[in-house]
Design a protein around this ligand. Structure first.
Ligand SMILES: [Zn+2]
Length: 255
């Protein structure tokens, strides 16, 4: 079910066990996992609403130009909040597959990850963990406003906690080179799984598109209508003086 290319993937890996065997016979196939991720996203989508706050300036590194989102048919014309919930759920599947591959084929990388995980568990403040897929991986703080510095930021507090932990012991040059090679193999495997996932997502495009038409497009259409109305008659209501946030088109979120 998973197509494999002949390439830099180590030959000692029994191909069919990469994500199916090692985690037990009940491990779901990638196809099933993708299908269930789309199901979960479709269950969430009716709750989506356009953001009411100012949009971010920097594009999301997970979603911007994502081949997964193109395969799913969620292009740049779809609001980021809608994209992010799906791209995060799909990323979790790929990460999980790569973790299984690493655990069984890449001992140096696994040892490094184990050390990092132990260090992470020692942190007393971990604000980025345990978030819903719709929020996971997003910046924890709002974009800074020029001339209005924050007293503190969540990421700043997390960094302070992090800095108090002892660093991991340094690696020798040989160990670094070996580790780099294993990281490369893990990357290759992630690319392979990512391609498979994209192929699988193509089969879910129709139901994804139908849900976007049902739950997202009407909300965008009504936002645009509201914007057009406020541009046509900015001074129509005496209760809303010019420059008020409700009539300032630049304050409209998510456009
Ligand atoms: Zn995103």
């Amino acid at each position: 079910m998973i197509r494999r290319k002949s390439g830099p993937i180590p030959t000692q890996l029994p191909a069919q066990t990469a994500h199916a065997g090692h985690n037990g016979p009940v491990e779901r196939s990638i196809e099933t996992q993708v299908s269930q991720a789309v199901d979960a996203w479709l269950r969430w989508l009716p709750r989506w609403e356009p953001a009411t706050h100012r949009g971010r300036i920097a594009p999301c590194r997970r979603c911007f130009g994502s081949p997964v989102l193109s395969a799913a048919g969620l292009g740049s014309d779809v609001p980021h909040g809608v994209q992010h919930g799906l791209s995060t759920r799909i990323k979790t599947i790929i990460d999980h597959a790569v973790a299984g591959y690493t655990a069984h084929n890449l001992p140096m990388l696994q040892a490094e990850l184990d050390q990092q995980a132990a260090r992470n568990r020692a942190r007393t403040y971990r604000p980025a963990e345990g978030l819903d897929p719709e929020f996971e991986g997003l910046p924890m703080d709002p974009d800074p406003v020029p001339g209005a510095p924050f007293l503190f930021t969540i990421s700043g507090l997390a960094d302070e906690v992090d800095a108090a932990l002892p660093a991991l012991p340094p690696l020798s040059a040989e160990a670094k080179a070996a580790l780099r090679q294993e990281v490369g193999l893990a990357d290759d495997y992630a690319t392979l799984i990512g391609r498979d996932v994209c192929g699988i997502l193509l089969h879910h495009r129709l139901r994804i598109q139908a849900a976007v038409s049902q739950y997202v497009e009407p909300q965008i259409a009504s936002m645009l209508e509201e914007l057009a109305r406020s541009l046509d008659a900015p001074f129509a209501s005496p209760a809303e003086p010019p420059g008020d946030a409700d009539t300032d088109p630049t304050s409209r979120p998510g456009l």
